[in-house]
Ligand binder design. Structure first.
Ligand SMILES: Cc1cc2nc3c(=O)[nH]c(=O)nc-3n(C[C@H](O)[C@H](O)[C@H](O)COP(=O)(O)OP(=O)(O)OC[C@H]3O[C@@H](n4cnc5c(N)ncnc54)[C@H](O)[C@@H]3O)c2cc1C
Length: 432
């Protein structure tokens, strides 16, 4: 039986960050991943030469933990235009840069609809969240005893008008949180707002999967095994533990770190292990990808919908091939549409309903868009209401020699997953 210092079950970003941290501290590590490739929820498929991410996601280059683990230069990030085009009443309104120029942004989109006080409030919010993150007071990864509000409660208590919440916060953060009720905890919102205010929303050349691929390539050869599905973890009387793969192979280690995605399988852990962690409830999403010859007019700007639900299924629309290289073959364009979670239409009507709604905003060229694929991600983000966040375990430690990692322990984002992996590794190192 092979023996290493630490086995990590799951090569999502948290598992990869955990592995990298342990290796930097001279530990021998084996990462076992059930899929064919590392990366977990950050995945990209190649379809007819187009890179279709499994769900629309962006990397914020202000993520401090990302700066610790990633080589930005080789990822060759392209950035979205700051701000968004807000679709409302069948037209697109430009919100030029709410993160850095809140007054101009409010004027640009809300002409007449909302008072100028929202401009002051967003400027105040911006300076307060940036200071809060800088001082370490706003950190959604940390477990704190402080009671949290929901995002909506926070916005209301800050005095934002209901029109502004509806026209800006709901469509923009609804797309980020995958829910428009804004029940996500305010700490998560404040941190995300600060990240948008201090950095850029980026895509790496060639697809989001380049991020975990870069991390996996940094691991020593032989350290990562894919197509290795762990079905059981046994503790050994001699100390340490053993993992058993679906194909019967066994590996032994002094410590085992299990991604929370794996623990969702109730038979993986031996009976009697204290159940400090309950699998979360999930939010899902759908991405519909199109290709076309003519670049859509929105170019590098994200389009978010502030339309009522009966206007159509689009949550947001983007053109990743206009943001960075490698998303589409030369001369072609790739379009992503994220579908609203509350859209109730039939699956076979989805593509037609998207075309119809997008044509109102972007004109008749939309008729020439060809449908490439529809990607459904049922378990995209764990629900992050104040209540669900209060249920997070206080640390990665489960039992001697057994640790958890994953974004559920911190906050659901690329940054949160990397933090979770590093913290799990630090607990392993302290326990050795
Ligand atoms: C559609 C979507 C949009 C998102 N948008 C953003 C965004 O814009 N910005 C942002 O920062 N974040 C975003 N995120 C969140 C971010 O991608 C996740 O928080 C992060 O990838 C989670 O990483 P993880 O390692 O915690 O978990 P996972 O990626 O789920 O990794 C768990 C790994 O464990 C493996 N595994 C499970 N069971 C076993 C087993 N039995 N044996 C071996 N391996 C096993 C899985 O295959 C997987 O690779 C988005 C996520 C999705 C899906």
């Amino acid at each position: 039986m092979e023996n290493v210092d630490c086995i990590i079950v799951g090569a999502g970003l948290s598992g990869l960050a955990c592995a990298q941290t342990l290796i930097q501290n001279s530990k021998s590590v084996l990462v076992l991943e059930s899929s064919e490739v590392p990366g977990g929820r950050v995945a990209t498929d190649t379809i007819s030469g187009f890179r279709v991410d499994r769900g629309f996601q962006v990397y914020l280059d202000s993520y401090a933990e990302g700066q610790r683990f990633l080589d930005y230069q080789s990822l060759r990030f392209g950035a979205f235009e700051p701000g968004a085009l807000v679709a409302r009443n069948g037209r697109l309104f430009s919100v030029s840069d709410p993160w850095r120029r809140p007054f101009a942004a409010i004027r640009s989109v809300l002409s007449g609809a909302v008072g100028v006080t929202d401009g002051f409030r967003i400027a105040l919010l911006r300076s307060q969240v940036l200071a809060g993150v800088r001082r370490g007071e706003i950190d959604p990864s940390a477990i704190s005893g402080r009671a949290e509000k929901t995002t909506r409660e926070e916005l209301v208590s800050r005095g934002f008008s209901s029109d502004f919440i509806k026209l800006f916060f709901e469509p923009f953060f609804g797309g980020v949180f995958l829910e428009r009720d804004l029940t996500t905890a305010a700490t998560v919102f404040e941190f995300t707002f600060a990240m948008f205010s201090s950095g850029r929303a980026c895509l790496p050349a060639g697809g989001m999967s380049s991020i975990p691929q870069q991390m996996a390539h940094k691991l020593p050869s032989g350290c990562l095994q894919t197509c290795a599905s762990v079905v059981r973890i046994n503790f050994l009387p001699t100390g340490g533990g053993e993992v058993v793969l679906a194909n019967g192979r066994r590996f032994r280690a002094d410590s085992i770190v299990v991604s929370s995605a794996a623990v969702a399988n109730p038979t993986i852990l031996p009976e009697g292990v204290p159940t400090v962690w309950k699998p979360p409830l999930w939010k899902g999403t759908r991405l519909v990808a199109f290709e076309c010859d003519k670049k859509p007019a929105c170019r590098q700007t994200l389009v978010v919908s502030a339309e009522p639900l009966d206007a159509g299924p689009i949550d947001n629309l983007s053109v990743p091939s206009a943001v960075t290289e490698g998303y589409a073959p030369d001369g072609k364009n790739l379009i992503y549409v994220s579908v609203r979670g509350d859209w109730g239409g039939e699956d076979d009507q989805l593509v037609g309903a998207i075309r119809q709604q997008a044509e109102v905003w972007l004109g008749p060229d939309v008729k020439l868009w060809n449908h490439l694929s529809t990607v459904t991600v049922q378990k995209a983000l764990p629900i992050e209401t104040p209540l669900s966040r209060r249920r997070r375990p206080p640390s990665s430690f489960v039992a001697p020699g057994l640790f958890l990692c994953g974004d559920h322990l911190t906050t659901s984002s690329i940054n949160g997953a990397l933090v979770a992996g590093r913290l799990a590794a630090e607990e392993v190192l302290q326990s050795a």
